[in-house]
Design a protein around this ligand. Structure first.
Ligand code: C5P
Length: 324
């Protein structure tokens, strides 16, 4: 069988990100509330060396996995073995005992190095696509364990929805909320990116000499989600990485201030930044907030998104040998 599989995979924001002390392994214990939004990358995998009718070029190399990236920020994404999606394919192939290489095509909408786990999303997308292509028969728990080896945020990109992450962020428990609740967000992209390790390191420096308590889940945030109440949720958002992100990227102060002044229900740096996100009352409010954020010029661009969104999902499976 020679199929081409396409997976859609969401970006995440962290509604809460509580960071504990630095661990001996260089990571930090977290309690975080991940929330998937419907800003998605698409990842397509095709067996290498086969004509999929999509053009070939250097992608037709059958001796190695290849990756081609297009869309938002594509020029900044490594198109070689450093690409997290390629590492995901290799890890799954080794685990499942599969022979044969693949061509990976990534269409990006999630901005790069923006605190929205775009690279992790692509890795999760590649895992799900190859799992489908190869029929590995791995369980969801086995895929999640493999995902955790690739990065702290990769398991959540598989799961989607809203979930509490503990440990490095890889130990997940889905969070029961008002199942009908849909939240309307505005995402404000910044000019340039931030390095996640540098933001964590800056947090450690800002905390130098202070005792750091173990991170704790915000009861108020959980209650707000249970109630499906965007006003309460907006007040309960929190991120320990916001202070170091602002110190490294002071222009974000203006972005957050602009969103607050324009009537958002809550404003926060996303993950390690520099994307900022704002909670709106409803779809109409989100659209007008995004338009006014763009007019205010306090960000590179602004877009609307809704959440919770589904985790990595197969959207098409095509026979790549079909010749019309
Ligand atoms: O797991 P991932 O590769 O995404 O993490 C990137 C970097 O972010 C780590 O090398 C570490 O510096 C920092 N990090 C951390 N604590 C976490 C997650 C990430 O210090 N829980």
């Amino acid at each position: 069988m020679n199929q081409s599989v396409t997976v859609r995979v969401p970006a995440k924001i962290n509604l809460q990100l509580a960071v504990g002390p630095l661990r001996p392994d260089g990571y930090h214990d977290l309690v975080t509330v991940f929330h998937a939004v419907d800003l998605c990358d698409e990842v397509t995998v095709t067996p290498a060396g086969k004509d999929s009718g999509q053009g070939a070029g250097k992608d037709s190399d059958s001796d190695a996995d290849s990756v081609a990236v297009s869309g938002e920020g594509a020029a900044e994404v490594p198109a070689d073995g450093d690409n997290l999606a390629v590492r995901a394919v290799r890890a799954l192939r080794a685990k499942a005992g599969i022979a044969g290489n693949v061509r990976i095509r990534i269409t990006k909408r999630i901005p790069v190095a923006a605190g929205m786990a775009g690279g992790s999303a692509d890795a999760a997308g590649a895992l799900v696509a190859c799992d489908e292509l190869w029929g590995t028969g791995l369980s969801a728990a086995e895929l999640s364990a493999l995902a955790a080896q690739l990065g702290s945020d990769v398991p959540f990109a598989l799961l989607g929805g809203t979930a509490v992450g503990r440990g490095r962020g890889e130990q997940l428990s889905p969070l029961a909320g008002d199942s009908a609740a849909m939240y309307h967000w505005v995402l404000a992209y910044a000019e340039g990116g931030l390095s996640t390790p540098l933001v964590y390191k800056t947090l450690d420096q800002l905390r130098d000499g202070h005792d750091v308590p173990a991170p704790e889940l915000s009861d108020e945030l959980v209650e707000a989600l249970r109630a499906g109440d965007p006003f309460r949720l907006g007040r309960a958002l929190g991120n320990d990485l916001q202070a170091p992100a602002l110190s490294l990227f002071p222009a974000l102060n203006e972005t957050l201030a602009a969103g607050r002044a324009l009537g958002s229900l809550g404003a926060l740096v996303s993950g390690s930044g520099p994307t900022c996100f704002f909670l709106a009352r409803d779809a109409e409010h989100a659209a007008s907030l995004a338009a006014r954020m763009r007019e205010a010029g306090a960000c590179r661009s602004a877009t609307v998104a809704t959440g919770p969104a589904a985790g990595a999902s197969v959207i098409t499976t095509e026979d790549a040998t079909r010749h019309g």
